[in-house]
Write a protein that binds this ligand. Structure first.
Ligand SMILES: *Cc1c(COP(=O)(O)O)cnc(C)c1O
Length: 380
């Protein structure tokens, strides 16, 4: 099976990990801070807080912004469940804003009309979490303008988007947000096995997230004496290991190479799929996309097979297609909680026809041609 995504591990990546295994510290040494600095410097942010997953980073980002019971968090339904779960773990209510067609990113127009309604009803969100779908940055400037007008804070779920940019604004610089979150799961742009990071330019938020990452403990606390450490609030053990961070630093050296290769493969898909009854992803003119995913939509008007039939035949032929994502409000937990909102018609339309094609740095030209030819044969 040709996987839709997978890691690329070099000999230097392996050597970096082995070196840490032979060292004194497997956790809480100097490699994690060095990785934080490497990512923050690359993105142009002041602070990086490395944790054991992107999900943990979303959770402590919400907590650091004070999200709690009675608060509302809004996000896109076309995301991994972790985005919405982070808000629920804080006791907040979650609601979904529809996407825009083509980019599959959160729709600013839909957001604005919902904000007008929420302002009238007195239930505005505390935090909005845009998701840079497939690695294409959302319209952050417009989003930040709405944030100023309606008084919400912004966490960027950039799990797909390390290496992406909008104009001169790199994702992670937090120019239009309070916190940006990355994931280093093996299918993402770089990997640490499991891992994540929260970036911010706010020293207070960075400190709070560091504390939450490690049991809510302030290591500088000396109330009990020089041996002291003070637990300020019940935090978590969300720490990243030195082993993971060593892999991360080595992978950061290859980020440019990874994004270039993904961009080349995406352009080849655009080229080779032109003319087939499919909607291809649309990237806006001023965006650099990190191309975590390449998701097409089977055009129902011009294709004799349904998405399900195409999906099954592709899998049958050894192509590991996938669907990103089942709209989060369709998950049983969220349906039980909120019923069937069915108020995101664009997300519904996208989900009905969506299929993710294999895209990762090690995908060979021959493999890609096989994917394209298999698909073309089915849609002919
Ligand atoms: C992968 C992903 C996450 C979660 O990251 P983990 O590192 O797997 O916890 C969150 N949001 C989105 C959009 C993702 O793709």
């Amino acid at each position: 099976m040709i996987p839709y995504g997978r890691q690329s591990i070099s000999r230097r990546d392996i050597e970096a990990v082995v070196e840490v295994l032979k060292s004194d510290f497997l956790t809480q040494g100097l490699v994690v801070p060095a990785f934080e600095e490497a990512v923050a410097d690359h993105c142009g942010a002041e602070h990086g807080v490395a944790v054991n997953s992107g999900t943990s980073a979303l959770h402590i980002a919400c907590l650091a912004l004070g999200v709690g019971p009675g608060d509302r968090v809004w996000t896109s339904p076309i995301t991994y469940v972790a985005t919405a779960n982070a808000a629920r773990h804080c006791g907040a209510e979650i609601d979904f804003v529809d996407i825009e067609p083509g980019t599959r990113n959160l729709s600013i127009a839909d957001l604005e009309s919902r904000l007008v309604g929420a302002a009238a009803a007195g239930n505005l969100p505390k935090v909005v979490i845009p998701v840079h779908f497939a690695g294409q940055p959302c319209d952050m400037q417009d989003l930040a303008a709405l944030g100023d007008k309606y008084g919400f804070m912004i966490i960027e779920d950039a799990a797909h988007a390390l290496g992406a940019a909008c104009g001169s604004a790199a994702v992670g610089a937090c120019r239009y947000s309070d916190i940006t979150v990355f994931s280093f799961h093996p299918v993402k742009v770089i990997t640490t096995g499991e891992g994540g990071m929260a970036l911010t330019n706010d020293t207070g938020l960075a400190g709070r997230m560091r504390r939450l990452r490690s049991h809510g403990i302030d290591r500088e606390g000396r109330r009990e004496g020089p041996w002291g450490y003070e637990m300020i609030e019940p935090g978590y053990n969300y720490r990243m290991t030195e082993i993971q961070a060593a892999l991360g630093i080595s992978q950061m050296d290859r980020l440019g190479e990874f994004v270039d290769r993904r961009t080349t493969l995406a352009a080849a898909y655009d080229d080779k799929l032109a003319g087939l009854p499919l909607y291809r992803p649309i990237v806006k003119a001023d965006r650099t996309c990190a191309w975590h995913l390449y998701a097409v939509e089977v055009d129902p008007g011009h294709c004799r097979l349904s998405r399900r039939e195409v999906f099954e035949a592709m899998r049958e032929a050894g192509v590991g297609v996938n669907v990103h994502y089942i709209p989060v409000y369709r998950q049983p937990y969220y349906q039980d909680l909120y019923g069937d909102p069915a108020h995101c018609p664009v997300a519904e339309q996208y989900y009905k026809h969506a299929m993710t094609l294999p895209l990762h740095p090690a995908l060979g030209a021959g493999e890609q041609d096989y994917v394209v030819n298999t698909l073309a044969g089915l849609l002919a």
